[in-house]
Design a protein around this ligand. Structure first.
Ligand code: OSB
Ligand code: MG
Length: 375
């Protein structure tokens, strides 16, 4: 049994240690929407989650402001006070006659899973069906001003233990940058690139040059809705395509497989509407021999906890974008902070119930610029 009696929305501001640039925009400070969900059973337990929507609609059409509005107006009212058998019901309740707003829905859905795990005194990863105790981790490097600058970052990341180096690319900052990194790191390092939809099919010849670098994958070269065009591009390339923005639900993953639009899926639970659709995509891909990995959205320690729990499922066989707290923040909002060892492994917390880290409430209060209580 699960019943949420109150949801507190908070917006905190967390400055990134350094700006993070992708093809469609740059983040210097994160405006993060945190949710605290309170159980109606009187035990005083609360679950936490994070909405991954950005400040600008450059990655997806949602933003923190649209998500805040959607949670207040349509998502929370469907869940508050409702008696649920299990958190797996939430996704269906939020899907019926309610299009889009997946990041808003995911924030509430994932908070319900976290709360359910605490109520059952069970680690979130176990409740989700996770089987791994450690997650192999890669780093996503933002666009740099020069190939030399990018090579420097990549070398440091390898020394820190990262097991996959993902490089953001954009027109004009692609082949030369990737060549420089491959030449510097040697042929054995797992190297991937992510275009965040910066190209079109007219760039086929250019993208074909990337085949020379033995990349693990080329992530999301074309637009989010371009499943057919991605299939055409995949036929031109040896490098496996991985879809991120395009995979918004399990049906889109089915389409990718049916059309041959890609060979790998990046699962971000916030992008697909929560854990239930994430698990469905994971299971579908597993049946089809498609490897998946867990992407990141520059989350605080709360969203990171949710990603780590999901990445413990068995078909997450490629390194996730799950960098430790210190990569992003002077100080995170959870304790313990997220760390990675020198083999590039992040431990899945299995000792505590729920997401396995504690939210530093005093710090969250200090950082809060907006709050709203829904009940
Ligand atoms: O495409 O994976 C992406 C960050 C913001 C928006 C989109 C993406 C990213 C990242 C960051 O790659 C990965 C991380 O959280 O470290
Ligand atoms: Mg991506």
């Amino acid at each position: 049994m699960l019943c949420v009696r109150r949801i507190t929305l908070r917006e905190i501001r967390l400055p990134l240690k350094e700006p993070f640039r992708i093809s469609s925009g740059v983040s210097t400070e994160r405006r993060i929407c945190l949710l605290e969900l309170e159980s109606a059973d009187g035990g005083g337990l609360t679950g936490w989650s994070e909405c991954v929507a950005g400040e600008q609609p450059n990655y997806s059409d949602e933003t923190i402001d649209t998500a805040w509005f959607a949670i207040r107006a349509w998502v929370a009212p469907r869940i508050l006070g409702r008696e649920l058998e299990a958190p797996g019901e939430v996704h269906g309740i939020l899907a019926r006659d309610f299009r889009g707003h997946r990041m808003a829905k995911a924030a509430v859905e994932m908070g319900c899973w976290e709360l359910a795990a605490r109520l059952r005194d069970c680690p979130l990863s176990v409740l989700l069906g996770g089987t791994r105790e450690r997650i192999v981790t890669g780093i996503s490097l933002g666009i740099q001003d020069s190939p030399e600058g990018l090579v420097r970052r990549a070398r440091v990341a390898l020394e820190q233990g990262y097991r996959k180096i993902k490089v953001k690319i954009a027109p004009g900052r692609d082949v030369a940058y990737v060549r420089a990194v491959r030449d510097a790191l040697g042929p054995d390092v797992q190297l991937a690139v992510d275009a965040n939809s910066a190209y079109t099919l007219d760039d086929g010849d250019l993208l074909r040059q990337l085949d020379a670098f033995g990349l693990l994958m080329l992530e999301q070269p074309l637009g989010p809705d371009d499943l057919v065009r991605h299939a055409r591009l995949q036929r031109l390339l040896e490098t496996p395509l991985c879809l991120d923005e395009s995979i918004t639900d399990v049906e889109r993953a089915e389409d990718m497989i049916a059309l041959g639009s890609g060979r790998i899926v990046n699962i971000k639970p916030g992008r697909v509407g929560g854990f239930t659709p994430s698990i469905a995509i994971h299971d579908l891909c597993r049946r089809h021999g498609i490897p998946v990995w867990c992407g990141g959205m520059l989350e605080s320690g709360v969203g990171r906890a949710h990603n780590v729990a999901l990445a413990s499922l068995p078909n997450f066989t490629l390194p996730g974008d799950l960098s430790p707290s210190a990569r992003y923040w002077e100080r995170d909002i959870v304790s313990p902070e997220w760390t990675m060892d020198h083999e590039g492994l992040v431990r899945v917390p299995l000792e505590a119930a729920g997401m396995g880290v504690d939210v530093d409430r005093d710090r969250v209060e200090d950082l809060t610029v907006r709050r709203e209580v829904l009940q």
